[in-house]
Design a protein around this ligand. Structure first.
Ligand SMILES: Nc1ncnc2c1ncn2[C@@H]1O[C@H](COP(=O)(O)OP(=O)(O)OP(=O)(O)O)[C@@H](O)[C@H]1O
Ligand SMILES: N[C@@H](CCO)C(=O)O
Length: 309
């Protein structure tokens, strides 16, 4: 397998996984994109990072994008290359908005774009490599495909389908996400370590029904979205690591707002139109409201963008 191109840019999107009951299964793509440019060189690895993670993320071969790029080249039998990578990051890291999924899918897409036979890294292969690195398929599937994805594992093999999302009665998209992001991080590894390996049957039953209802609500009946976003398998169990976020979800839900923890947290997501006085509610509930950023972000209808140059 030959290297056929020497410069390429990819733009992976942020994601919000779980959507309440769909732990490790459901995720939506958000129109908030990092930008990674790769130049093929003959020298040592060079990584320049602007924006989120500048001065913090590694700038050598241990950088997650570079590591994934190299694993993907090896996967297709392509030679290793000298890497000059320039990243402009806007997805906050360790916030529950899929920064690692963006980095992983970004690294695979860079490899795909520079090899002679891009079909060797088609979407199926991308999902397989990305899931093996990330450990679960939900966010990486949404970065690859965009929209809302429902992913599942068949043994070691990940699969994903795009879920149909209806328009509201006024013709606008039902999903008009608002993210509420505190100025603190929670690593997904830490957030997963706190989860008990076993769950109660009644909680499993609850989440099975709600996750199935969520797929129906998105496609057919948005009036069910509040009931369809109730979780019993992970959010409360993680509250020791993000009490403010879980507290905010409870207050909002007590007022009928379908708030959920985004990914492994601590960002809170309201997937549909938020109440007009949402900023006031946040101020009343959280301890340091000035540390919270509220932003409306469009659903990303397309997955990762690749710009050949
Ligand atoms: N743009 C990036 N470049 C290189 N590495 C990154 C980048 N973004 C994230 N990472 C790596 O991923 C880690 C954060 O991933 P983590 O899974 O903990 O949180 P997240 O992906 O932001 O949130 P979630 O998985 O809950 O959606 C960072 O500490 C860093 O190691
Ligand atoms: N499903 C994952 C999302 C974070 O990558 C979790 O909740 O741990």
């Amino acid at each position: 397998m030959r290297i056929a191109r020497e410069r390429v840019t990819v733009q992976p999107c942020a994601t919000s996984a779980n959507l309440g009951p769909g732990f490790d299964s459901l995720a939506l793509a958000l129109e908030l994109r990092d930008r990674y440019t790769l130049e093929v060189t003959t020298g040592e690895t060079e990584v320049t990072i602007r924006g989120e993670g500048a001065g913090e993320l590694p700038t050598d071969d241990t950088n997650l994008i570079v590591r994934t790029l190299r694993e993907s080249l090896e996967w297709v039998g392509a030679p290793q290359i000298g890497v000059r990578l320039t990243c402009t990051n806007v997805i906050p890291q360790g916030a529950g908005l899929g920064s690692s999924a963006a980095a992983i899918v970004g690294g695979i897409a860079l490899a795909r774009a520079i090899i002679q036979e891009p079909n060797a890294l088609d979407e199926r292969a991308m999902l397989e490599i990305a899931t093996s690195i990330e450990g679960h398929p939900d966010s990486v599937a949404a970065v690859i495909h965009g929209g809302v994805c429902l992913s599942y594992m068949d043994g070691e093999n990940p699969h994903t389908v795009r879920v149909r999302v209806a328009n509201a009665a006024d013709g606008r998209p039902v999903l008009r996400p608002l993210i509420m992001c505190p100025n603190r991080t929670l690593s997904t590894t830490t957030a997963r370590a706190i989860l008990s390996p076993e769950v109660r049957r009644r909680d499993a039953t609850h989440n099975i029904a709600r996750a199935a209802l969520l797929v129906h609500a998105l496609a057919e009946d948005p009036s069910r979205l509040f009931a369809a976003t109730a979780d019993r398998l992970h959010q409360d169990e993680r509250s020791a690591h993000m009490p403010q976020s879980v507290g905010l979800v409870h207050v909002l839900r007590s007022q009928g707002v379908p708030a959920v923890i985004s990914g492994a947290g601590p960002t809170v997501l309201i997937p549909i139109d938020a109440p007009d006085d949402i900023a006031r509610i946040v101020r009343e509930v959280v301890e340091e409201p000035d540390d919270w950023r509220l932003a409306r972000v469009l659903l990303a209808r397309e997955g990762i963008h690749t710009v050949l140059s």
